[in-house]
Design a protein around this ligand. Structure first.
Ligand SMILES: NC(=O)C1=CN([C@@H]2O[C@H](COP(=O)(O)OP(=O)(O)OC[C@H]3O[C@@H](n4cnc5c(N)ncnc54)[C@H](OP(=O)(O)O)[C@@H]3O)[C@@H](O)[C@H]2O)C=CC1
Ligand SMILES: O=C(O)CCC(=O)C(=O)O
Ligand SMILES: [Mg+2]
Length: 415
C-alpha cells in the first residue's frame, strides 16, 4: 500500500493495533473507507458527517478519526484508469489499519466479476458477519410487534456455497466435475448431467467452530438469553448438519454446556440456552415468535437470506447495519446489510441509517462508546420526530420526508 500512488495517507493520525488480544486505539486513528457504488456516495457523505460530529461532541476535540479513502468497485476503475475492481493497495490498507468501513459494491448477476464484497471478507479472513436487528421506536413495520425483534445474526462469512466455487454448464470444467462425480464417486442423482452447472459447498469444522465460538462468546459477554444454530441439516447432512453438531460439541467442550432433557439442546452454566432450528422453520418462527430468538449462528447463504428477512421486520434494509470481523486478529470492515440500490443513485434520497449504524458499531468496537451512544441518540430522536427518508415516510403517518443529507443534519442536531 505504501507504494500505491492513488492512496493518500493523512499526514497526522496513528494506526489501530491489536495487543494481547485487545484493540489499542489511539486518539487519532487512521481509518480506511470505501465510499461504495450506486447510492454509496450519497450515503457516505451523510454518514461521515454524523460520525465526525458524534466524536467531536463526545470528546471535544481530544479524539478524531483521520479518514483514509481507499478504492474499490466502479470508483477504483475510474481512479486507476483500468478494470481494477479491488486494488491490492485497498486490501493492504484494511489489513494495515485493522479497522475500516465500506459502502456497498455492485456485483453483476450471472456473469462478470465475482463479488468484491465477498472477496474482501475472504482476503482479510473476516469470518464473522455480525448483523444486529433491533427496532427503533416509530419505524414503520409490516408486523404487529416489531419491538419483539431483538436478535444478532452471526453469519459464517468465508465458506459455504457463497465462496463462489462454481463451474458453468457446458464448459470443460463442468464436464470434468460431472465425470468425477459420476465415474469415480458413483453418483447417480444428477438429473440432467450433460447440461448441469456445478457449485461446491465447503463447510469446515474450523470455520464453523470459530463462528459459533464468536456467537456464544458474544452471548456470554452481552448477557443474552440464547444462541440458536440455524441450518438445513436434515437435507445437507454433512455440511449444514455437521455445523449444528460441531456447534453443540463446542458449546459443551469450551463453554461447559450440559444437555437439557436428553439433548440436543443444552445450557451454559450461566443459563444461556444453545438450541437449533431448521432454516425454513426458522423463517416462519421469526415472524410468529420472534421473542424466542436472540443470538443466531448460521452458515453464509442462510445468513444472507435471514439478514434481509429480519431487517424487513424492523423497517427494512435501510436500517440494517453490520460488521465483518476476525475476532482473533482484530481485522474488521463495517458495512450495511443492503446493496447499492442503484435506481436512487445521486438523488440524495436514500436512507443512510444502515451505514450510520455500521459506523456506530465501529465506534463501539473501538471502545468509543460515548460517541456511539450519541449516534444512537441522534438517530432515535430524528425518527421519533418523524423526519425521515422516503422509505420510512411512505408508511409513516404524519411524516415529513427529508433528503439523505438533511437526515444526516437532523441526526447531528438531535445528538
Ligand atoms: N455488501 C454489499 O456491498 C452488497 C451489495 N449488493 C449489491 O447491490 C446491488 C443491488 O442489489 P439489490 O438486490 O437491488 O439490493 P439492494 O439492497 O441494493 O436494494 C434492494 C432494495 O432495498 C431497498 N434499499 C436498499 N438500500 C436501502 C437504503 N439505504 N434505504 C432505503 N431502502 C433501501 C430499496 O427498496 P425500494 O425499491 O422498496 O425503495 C432497494 O430497491 C447488486 O449488485 C448486489 O450484488 C447487495 C447486497 C449487499
Ligand atoms: O456481494 C454482494 O454483491 C452481495 C452480498 C450480500 O448480499 C450480503 O453480504 O448480504
Ligand atoms: Mg445480502
Amino acid at each position: 500500500m505504501a507504494t500505491d500512488p492513488h492512496i493518500q495517507v493523512p499526514q497526522s493520525g496513528e494506526k489501530i493495533s491489536m495487543q494481547g488480544g485487545k484493540l489499542n486505539v489511539p486518539n487519532n486513528p487512521i481509518i480506511p473507507f470505501v465510499e461504495g457504488d450506486g447510492t454509496g456516495p450519497d450515503i457516505w457523505r451523510a454518514s461521515v458527517r454524523v460520525l465526525d460530529a458524534a466524536v467531536e461532541k463526545a470528546y471535544g476535540g481530544d479524539r478524531k478519526i483521520e479518514w483514509l479513502e481507499v478504492y474499490a468497485g466502479e470508483k477504483a476503475n475510474e481512479v486507476y484508469g483500468e478494470a481494477i475492481w479491488l486494488p491490492e493497495g485497498t486490501v493492504e490498507a484494511f489489513r494495515e489499519y485493522l479497522v475500516g468501513i465500506k459502502g456497498p459494491l455492485t456485483t453483476p448477476v450471472g456473469g462478470g466479476i465475482r463479488s468484491i464484497n465477498v472477496a474482501l471478507r475472504q482476503e482479510l479472513d473476516l469470518y464473522a458477519c455480525v448483523r444486529p436487528v433491533v427496532y427503533f421506536d416509530g419505524v414503520p413495520s409490516p408486523v404487529r410487534h416489531p419491538e419483539y425483534v431483538d436478535m444478532v445474526i452471526f453469519r459464517e462469512n468465508t465458506e459455504d456455497i457463497y465462496a463462489g466455487i462454481e463451474y458453468k454448464a457446458g464448459t470443460p470444467e463442468a464436464e470434468k466435475v460431472r465425470a468425477f462425480l459420476q465415474d469415480e464417486m458413483g453418483v447417480t442423482k444428477i438429473r440432467f448431467p450433460e447440461s448441469s452447472a456445478f457449485g461446491v459447498k465447503p463447510v469446515s469444522k474450523e470455520g464453523s467452530e470459530r463462528l459459533i465460538r464468536a456467537a456464544i462468546q458474544y452471548a456470554v459477554d452481552n448477557g443474552r438469553k440464547s444462541v440458536t444454530l440455524v441450518h438445513k441439516g436434515n437435507i445437507m447432512k454433512f455440511t449444514e448438519g455437521a455445523f449444528r453438531d460441531w456447534g453443540y460439541d463446542l458449546a459443551k467442550r469450551e463453554f461447559g454446556a450440559t444437555e437439557l432433557d436428553g439433548g440436543p439442546w443444552c445450557t451454559l452454566p450461566n443459563g444461556i440456552v444453545i438450541k437449533d432450528v431448521i432454516a425454513d422453520n426458522f423463517l416462519q418462527q421469526i415472524l410468529l415468535r420472534p421473542r424466542d430468538y436472540d443470538v443466531v449462528a448460521t452458515l453464509n447463504l442462510n445468513g444472507d437470506y435471514l439478514s434481509d428477512a429480519l431487517a424487513a421486520q424492523v423497517g427494512g434494509i435501510g436500517i440494517a447495519p453490520g460488521a465483518n470481523i476476525n475476532y482473533v486478529t482484530g481485522h474488521s470492515v463495517f458495512e450495511a446489510t443492503h446493496g447499492t440500490a442503484p435506481k436512487y443513485a445521486g438523488k440524495d434520497v436514500i436512507n443512510p441509517s444502515s451505514v450510520i449504524l455500521s459506523g456506530e458499531m465501529m465506534l463501539r468496537y473501538m471502545g468509543w462508546t460515548e460517541a456511539a451512544d450519541l449516534v444512537l441518540k441522534g438517530l432515535d430522536a430524528t425518527i421519533r420526530n418523524k423526519t425521515v427518508t422516503y422509505d420510512f415516510a411512505r408508511d409513516m403517518e404524519g411524516a415529513k420526508q427529508v433528503k439523505t443529507s438533511e437526515f444526516g443534519d437532523l441526526i447531528i442536531a438531535n445528538m
